[in-house]
Design a protein around this ligand. Structure first.
Ligand code: FAD
Length: 624
């Protein structure tokens, strides 16, 4: 019947297929193994798994589930079934597959759109639309963007994208693909030179203020764990587009499938080189070592920027560059940019963020806590089982004790957990000290680190006498300065074993070793933050220990401080056009503007901002 015919043409999605570790090929394999076929056969009640054709199935998600209530950890798959192919290769399967229809949640009829949200095809569709609208002949469609633009204007719009982090890169990509003349301005260095500058920092304590863990090609997340998890909807078109684009530039395909995808620094660096080459082939001018110091404003509209050379040769200073629009993708560490915007009366609104400390444990301990006996399978990132991570969150009330609801409470949570990683210095100024974590793709180091942070708001800024739009920035700087003093200078990080307030018992006499390369010093970290923040942290650590028994350990070490969890400011912008609400021609995007928190969400914001800016400048007429 018609209903059945329709179904025979579609894709069916089977989820929650469980495969035990001994039957799985391992964390990096995303093919349809015998173990996966067995799980499919079990769900279909198909008698002989080996008679199911692997070609009819595609793995769309693979996660490792090690929750405590499970008897044993296992891999959990989501698989799409190409029903036509399955029935062609194994006609008997229909007798089994159609019976599953009533099992809601287990099987779902998918529209036939296995490839959706591919950036390259989205952009090509947009170009086609423009060409069609302009009535171009088919022969002109080869060169569609350039040709189509000639119809619309005598001059291509000139756009500056400031910052080459994920948001700036994706905005540049979309704008260049749509035919704008893009100049990508980056205060830091290309990844090759940036890598050498970071090497000099880690080995010789030489901090380059413009080329470091925060500034340079790829932005803040380049020397990072490269986690690609996001809270903005894993299957949304924007996220899928970004992930596919990363694969296009060299990321392994399993990031499309992995439940917790990550890249690691060693994979991010070559990927960024490919990204750069593609932008240059599209005609994007990339100016590394060039810092935007000022906006040029005429008649209440941005008409360009003033830039300086940040390289040692200082070839230019206060150079004026004209642009039709300026996309500001500067990240949350460009405090000079926030000040410059403030002095130009651009609206800035203080925003809640989180501060705290970074805790480090031996990775083996975290593996044991999470996997118990299966911990042996981890084997320095080369084993079948992924290196263990954790994510904890608790709400505490004003007294710092367990809060039953979110109302009037602070959330305390682990953040940016780096399994098999190391603690790194993310200061951009030698008198301030802040840290974060990074790892390589195998996550093979002996250490597991994560930030433990508490949300703070304007009330906290106010209580320390910091007011106005930049109060949050001042709050961050205050505690970064205190941390630098506690460490005694030279980027030495203050550490403490346990966060016991009013007690010196926690001071480290025999400090457990740390992965941080520039040295650690025992300090009274419990004196660093105001008491209510320290108490919230202390109590949440006790609660985390209940969830992860062994988390409080003689081998654990707290490092100070983690202050740059997200932007302390938001730059209000128009929801549809992405243009600043207070200054025409300025487009604030990404994490620094308060619209993203992580690599993927920043990239997605850049992607949509690219379309919005193009639309404003009549390069694009479709929807965003
Ligand atoms: P950024 O990446 O910060 O990029 C801003 C760029 O603008 C920088 O390159 C900067 O040099 C440039 N710039 C600033 N001012 C100027 C100026 N005046 N002129 C010219 N250029 C300028 N997120 C994850 O999702 N997963 C992770 O595993 C992860 N790990 C991290 C590890 C570390 C060590 C750090 C520091 C961050 C990590 N993050 C991680 C956060 C992530 O990096 C950011 O959320 C993301 O990079 C934000 O992207 P963005 O494009 O908005 O800004």
């Amino acid at each position: 019947d018609a209903k059945a015919t329709n179904k025979e043409e579609g894709f069916w999605r089977l989820s929650k297929l469980e495969v035990s570790v001994d039957k799985d090929l391992g964390k990096d394999e995303i093919g349809v193994s015998d173990g996966v076929l067995e799980a499919i056969a079990k769900v279909l009640e198909f008698p002989v798994a080996s008679l199911l054709p692997p070609e009819a199935f595609t793995v769309v998600r693979k996660s490792f589930d090690a929750r405590k209530r499970l008897k044993e950890p296992k891999f959990v798959y989501t698989v799409d079934v190409d029903v036509r192919k399955l029935l062609d290769l194994q006609p008997r399967a229909w007798d089994f597959i159609h019976r599953l229809e009533p099992k809601v949640g287990l099987i779902e009829h998918m529209p036939n759109k296995a490839v959706s949200g591919d950036l390259i095809s989205i952009i090509h569709d947009c170009k086609r639309e423009i060409v069609n609208q302009m009535g171009a002949r088919p022969s002109q469609q080869k060169n569609h963007v350039k040709e189509s633009y000639k119809f619309t204007s005598t001059k291509k719009p000139k756009i500056a994208v400031v910052g080459s982090g994920p948001s700036g890169l994706f905005a540049s990509l979309v704008l260049a693909e749509l035919g704008a003349e893009v100049t990508l301005i980056e205060r830091g260095q290309p990844v090759e030179k940036r890598g050498r500058d970071i090497g000099a920092l880690v080995v010789r304590r030489m901090l380059q203020s413009e080329s470091n863990f925060c500034f340079g090609e790829g932005g803040a997340g380049t020397w990072s764990d490269g986690k690609l998890v996001t809270r903005i909807g894993r299957n949304s078109d924007g996220v899928v587009t970004v992930l596919k684009t990363l694969v296009h530039f060299g990321a392994p395909r399993n990031i499309l499938v992995d439940g917790k995808p990550h890249l690691g620094t060693d994979r991010l660096v070559p990927l960024l080189r490919n990204f750069r080459q593609h932008l240059q082939e599209l005609g994007v001018t990339i100016r590394f070592g060039t810092r935007v110091d000022e906006l040029l404003v005429e008649n209440a509209k941005v008409v360009g920027v003033k830039v300086s050379d940040t390289k040692s040769d200082l070839l230019f200073d206060n150079q004026k560059l004209d642009f039709d629009a300026v996309v500001l993708a500067v990240g949350h560490s460009a405090r000079d940019v926030y000040r410059m915007l403030h002095s130009n009366n651009v609206e800035l609104v203080p925003k809640d963020f989180s501060v705290g400390l970074r805790i480090e444990h031996p990775q083996e301990l975290i593996n044991r806590i999470q996997y118990s006996t299966l911990a042996n399978e981890v084997c320095k990132g080369r084993g079948k089982v992924p290196v263990a991570d954790y994510k904890v969150v608790k709400y505490v009330d004003e007294e710092g004790t367990d809060a039953n609801s979110r109302e009037n409470s602070r959330s305390c949570y682990s953040f940016c957990m780096c399994p098999g990683g190391q603690v790194v210095l993310t200061s951009t100024n030698p008198s301030e000290l802040c840290i974060n974590g990074m790892s390589f793709s195998r996550r093979a180091s002996r250490w597991a680190n994560a930030a433990l942070v508490v949300t703070i708001s304007w009330k906290d800024f106010d209580s320390l006498g910091f007011h106005g739009p930049l109060a949050g920035v001042e709050f961050q700087r205050e505690f970064e300065r205190r941390a630098a003093l506690m460490g005694g200078g030279n980027f030495v990080v203050p550490v403490q074993k346990h966060l016991l307030i009013y007690s010196i018992l926690a001071l480290v006499v025999d400090a457990p070793p740390s992965s941080y390369r520039l040295g650690v010093k025992s300090a009274e970290l419990h004196d660093l933050y105001p008491n209510h923040i320290t108490e919230a942290l202390q109590n949440s650590i006790s609660m985390f220990d209940r969830e992860l028994p062994g988390f409080i350990s003689e081998e654990a070490l707290l490092h100070g401080v983690e202050t740059r969890t997200s932007a302390p400011v938001q730059i209000p912008r128009n929801t549809d056009t992405y243009e600043s609400t207070s200054l025409e021609g300025l487009y604030p995007i990404g994490e620094g503007a308060g619209y993203a928190g992580g690599i993927i969400s920043a990239a997605v914001d850049g992607l949509y901002a690219g379309f919005a800016v193009a639309k404003n400048l009549n390069l694009y007429t479709g929807s965003i």
